[in-house]
Design a binder for this molecule. Sequence first.
Ligand SMILES: NC(=O)c1ccc[n+]([C@@H]2O[C@H](COP(=O)([O-])OP(=O)(O)OC[C@H]3O[C@@H](n4cnc5c(N)ncnc54)[C@H](O)[C@@H]3O)[C@@H](O)[C@H]2O)c1
Length: 267
Amino acid sequence: MATNTGKRVALVTGGGSGIGRATAVRFAELGYSCVVADIDESSAKETLRMLQTPGIAVQVDVTKATSVEAMVTAAVQHFDCAFNGAGIAERATATIADTTEDEFDRVMGVNAKGVWLCLKYEIAQMLQQEPVMSDPAKWADKPDVCRFRGVRGSIVNASSIAAHYPTPMHAPYGASKWAVLGLTKTAAVEYAKEGIRVNAVCPGFVDTPMHHRNMEKLSPGEKEKTESWHPVGRIGAPEEVAEAVCWLCSDACPFTTGEHLKIAGGS
Ligand SMILES: NC(=O)c1ccc[n+]([C@@H]2O[C@H](COP(=O)([O-])OP(=O)(O)OC[C@H]3O[C@@H](n4cnc5c(N)ncnc54)[C@H](O)[C@@H]3O)[C@@H](O)[C@H]2O)c1
């Protein structure tokens, strides 16, 4: 991916840990300023200290409209990229009949409603912004691409490989990640002509605190089986997902919207 020449700002939710943190670090390496947002403000601040570019840390609860709106307002700079990475995975040990209403609401609240709220306020802000050509030289000889490419903004949502298979014993999480794909594809179509691209990443098992918390619930045999499930024979690194998010946000793929990219070692 080319280093960006213009001033670009990336908003990252769930930026205090795992994939969100790795994504903020990669955005900064590519020259973006970052708005690192997380429900855990101290972890967002810790990520900010790891970045090579200036930025801000923001406390946000993605399940609350007022909080998400305030996050977008705090990112008053012309942010043109967003990674909606905040997510939770509750216990993966209950059938549908055994799952409680509270568990279902919590997971859907963060993973599905949270992504919808982020899209709602991010898109509203992007629509107010003038289209920007961050790297005009790149497309100088292709005026049609310039005219139609996503110049207002690019958003990537965190779905999961769980949105490609049934997820026995983990129905709320699986359902929430299918919902993210529905929101992604709908937003992509609704705002394609406004110059806003919306895509999703679908990681397999990735070495993050969330993954470790999930593995703690399994027996050693189940853990080994899970971690060797991907055809490549290993789990992913958060940096491998971050690279894909930054590519989807970049000028490298102006014709790519409404897509979901599996990053799952061949699964
Ligand atoms: N790690 C994996 O194996 C894996 C696989 C597929 C998809 N994902 C998805 O990728 C995303 C990142 O996962 P991760 O593994 O880095 O998890 P993580 O637990 O390491 O990080 C998630 C971050 O989201 C934040 N968060 C949780 N609830 C929030 C809320 N209400 N508002 C704002 N922030 C909140 C947490 O504080 C945390 O910093 C999630 O959406 C997850 O579902 C992860």
